[in-house]
Design a protein around this ligand. Structure first.
Ligand code: HEM
Length: 57
């Protein structure tokens, strides 16, 4: 669905930056309001691991 970004194969650096920006509120565009409560429960170490994993898919 167009609303949902494709995360597989995306750069780990980019993914981590987006997760941090959405969590911190720096990125608050589009549908990021859906993401905020979810990413609030994800730690920095977990975000890093998720970004690395997604970049290899
Ligand atoms: C721990 C679980 C999740 C992770 C790690 C995650 C990760 C991300 C990342 C990295 C982005 C930015 C993508 C980009 O800039 O290209 C993003 C955006 C987005 N995510 Fe998630 N996501 C999660 C769960 C969810 C869930 C459960 C939903 C829906 C209910 C969701 C909906 C969205 C939407 C709609 C956007 C686009 C926001 C916009 O309009 O810019 N995400 N997500």
């Amino acid at each position: 669905m167009g609303t949902y970004p494709k995360l597989a194969g995306q750069s780990a650096v980019y993914l981590l930056a987006q997760m941090k920006d959405i969590k911190g509120g720096t990125r608050a565009n589009g549908q990021t309001a859906i993401m905020k409560p979810i990413i609030a429960g994800v730690s920095d170490d977990e975000m890093k691991a998720i970004a690395e994993w997604l970049s290899k898919q």
